[in-house]
Design a protein. Sequence first.
Length: 143
Amino acid sequence: MLDKLTGSMDFQARALLLRSERQRTIASNIANVDTPGFVARDYKFGDALQNVMHGDKGYSVSTEQARTNRQHMAFSPIGELGGGAGGRADMGYSVQAQPNMDNNTVDLDRERANFVDNTVRYEAALRFINGQSKTMLAAITGQ
């Protein structure tokens, strides 16, 4: 019974966790804008969220790197969720919009826009969780 009451809040909490991981990835891209040869990374957020929701490990995401060829390098997981620029199966490389002489694929304008968009969505998830918990508290106390 309790899982039906907290199901949507649990979904938002998992989405919030993924949003924070994406924020860290975007910040890493921005920090490495002048690093020669740096390849920008990003999440397919929908795929990552489905992976978290249908996984049986709770909040963790599978850190197995999808390889299409045995000769591809394996990435080792970094951090609590296997995040960062490491081995997330739902992470991919950003498509380079304009070639650079130093082979850096970070597009600063795109990264800034992604950063702001992710921040707004993170705050929206927080507001939803706060609103739902206030509603549950009001129902419990009978107000």
